[in-house]
Design a protein around this ligand. Structure first.
Ligand code: NOJ
Length: 541
């Protein structure tokens, strides 16, 4: 495999609404991101994945785009975007755009045209079915209810796998594909560093067969897209693919197939969900399974594909609240442990804004405090189905997307210094303690732990290219693995729990400790005891 820049770097995801507000309107913006580039450079990242910044009525906070070649006014102008791309480059940072092309906004001119009449030239840009007095079939929207919405004017149903303001594009129409490729080239010519592709596994859907993900033409489309657009550039592409298996991931990421650089798989992120139910139906997460999942992906994609590594994004609750311990006492140490075991794996790590300062989930007491359309729709649906309000709020607090979307606290002043205006969504009330300024002042903070992890990756080929081997797979509290190349072997050892735990690794001898989240971890691997959430990286003899 030819080595690529995106295999050796770390990506930082920005949710622009909530990053930094430069003009006091309560919403983050592009100039705000530009001001914080030195902060990101300090962290050491090589690229920003920017959640959508294009014109949008914000039914789904920008994942409903009404103009792919215009910047949403609340974020700035195209000149600001050009400035961001150029200035980020000065800081050694590439900009990865969010490509949302499974659907558009219903306010996109294509849909505005398409719904005018059955013979409108844009009609076939979307997916329509006749009204025979009932829904075309049982396809459901991810945001609750049917995926079919009746359009009164033409008396036909259109498909929307997300909100009814997000009609699905018809990828079988070559004109749609051409328009999208033209738009992608517009962005590539501006010098962006690549695309994160929103629910890209859905574009090959066969709605009449109720097939949504992994439709028969999916990979043909991606190969065509690669040829027509980014294949000519040295860019990163990462597909969002919820139900993907390792063999499916190889189809996307085996370089010989010329599709994508990598995909996001979500198996580990769904561990607290009951299988075959909705994401709101919770269960205890199973530690042994978590290890099995990581090891499966590490080994199956080893030679012919590439992994993405992430705990968080704008759709997932904060990992420190979920798998770590967000109490005052253990928040930082458990977040360091989670960062360590992820960043020492093979693949490209992603840090989601606020993860590097250990932001936690924020519970709400009433549905009015929620912003996210997904939570609101589920609330209505489940209330009607007989769930109690307490049950629903419990699920929203555990899994709701607002957890990840609250503005970044930059300091402990009003609104965490995110805005001088009124923030579009309330901050996490712990911002008096959990904020960037505090993190930067404390040399022992989580921020500097992330910085070390990023730096270690730059300095050690072993982290990027070395092989992976799990140890102690049956241990109920410790996650342990080796990374090895021709020159050296490292052992990564982590206690996932608050209780102390021990392991016997007498067969291994450590030469030195490379990194730990305690100041005084022991070097001997004979009957090693790990304190609460202790994580140590050893270089072995
Ligand atoms: C996945 C995105 O990450 C999510 O935020 C969005 O709601 C859906 N795709 C629909 O675009």
């Amino acid at each position: 495999m030819n080595k690529k820049w995106w295999q050796e770097t770390v990506i930082y995801q920005i949710y622009p609404r909530s990053f930094y507000d430069s003009n006091q309107d309560g919403v983050g913006d592009l100039q705000g991101i530009i001001r914080k580039l030195p902060y990101l450079e300090k962290l050491g990242i090589g690229a920003i994945w920017l959640s959508p910044v294009c014109a949008s009525p914000n039914d789904d906070n920008g994942y409903d785009i009404s103009d792919y070649q215009a910047i949403a006014p609340e974020y700035g102008t195209m000149a600001d975007m050009d400035a961001l791309i150029a200035e980020a480059k000065q800081h050694g940072i590439a900009i990865i755009m969010d490509l949302v092309v499974n659907h558009t906004s219903d306010e996109h001119p294509w849909f505005q045209e398409a719904k005018k009449s059955k013979d409108n030239p844009y009609r076939d840009y979307y997916i329509w079915r006749p009204n025979h007095g009932k829904l075309p079939n049982g396809l459901r929207s991810t945001f609750s209810g049917s995926a079919w919405e009746l359009d009164e004017t033409t008396n036909e149903y259109y498909l929307h796998l997300f909100s009814k303001k997000q009609p699905d594009l018809n990828w079988e129409n070559p004109k749609v594909r051409e328009e999208i490729y033209r738009m992608m080239n517009f962005w590539l010519e501006k010098g962006i560093g690549g695309f994160r592709m929103d629910v890209i596994d859905l574009i090959g859907k066969q709605p009449d067969k109720e097939i949504t993900a992994n439709g028969p033409l999916l990979h043909t489309y991606l190969q065509e897209m690669n040829r027509e657009t980014f294949g000519k550039y040295n860019v990163l592409t990462v597909g969002e693919t919820w139900g993907v298996t390792p063999s499916g991931a190889l189809l996307y990421t085996n370089p010989d197939r010329e599709e994508l650089s990598m995909v996001f798989q979500f198996e580990h992120a769904a561990l607290d969900e009951q299988p075959d139910k909705q994401k709101w139906d919770l269960q205890e997460w199973d530690f042994l399974k978590l290890k099995q999942i990581f090891s499966k992906w590490q080994t199956k994609l080893d030679e012919r594909g590439w992994n993405s590594l992430f705990w968080n994004n704008h759709d997932l609750p904060r990992v420190v609240s979920r798998l770590g311990n967000d109490s005052e006492k253990y928040r930082e140490v458990s977040a360091k442990m989670l960062a360590t075991i992820l960043h020492l794996q093979k693949g490209t790590p992603y840090i989601y804004q606020g993860e590097e300062i250990g932001l936690t989930n924020t519970a709400i007491n009433a549905i009015e405090e929620a912003d996210d359309i997904e939570s609101h729709n589920m609330y209505r649906e489940r209330l009607a189905a007989g769930y109690t309000e307490a049950e629903i709020l419990h699920a929203i607090n555990a899994k709701g997307r607002d957890n990840a979307r609250r503005p970044i606290p930059w300091n402990d002043s009003k609104n965490g210094g995110f805005t001088d205006g009124s923030p579009w969504l309330a901050l996490n009330p712990r911002y008096d303690v959990i904020n960037v300024e505090n993190a930067l002042q404390d040399l022992n903070s989580l921020f500097y732990h992330y910085q070390k992890l990023v730096q270690l990756r730059k300095e050690n080929e072993l982290i990027v290219w070395g092989s992976y081997q799990e140890l102690l797979p049956e241990h109920p509290a410790i996650y342990a693995y080796l990374r090895t190349n021709k020159q050296e072997t490292w052992l990564i050892l982590a206690n996932f729990y608050e209780a102390e735990t021990t392991a016997e690794l007498a067969g291994y001898t450590a030469e030195k400790i490379i990194l730990s989240n305690y100041p005084d971890s022991k070097i001997s691997l004979h009957e090693v005891t790990l304190r609460p959430y202790e994580a140590v990286v050893y270089k072995l003899k």
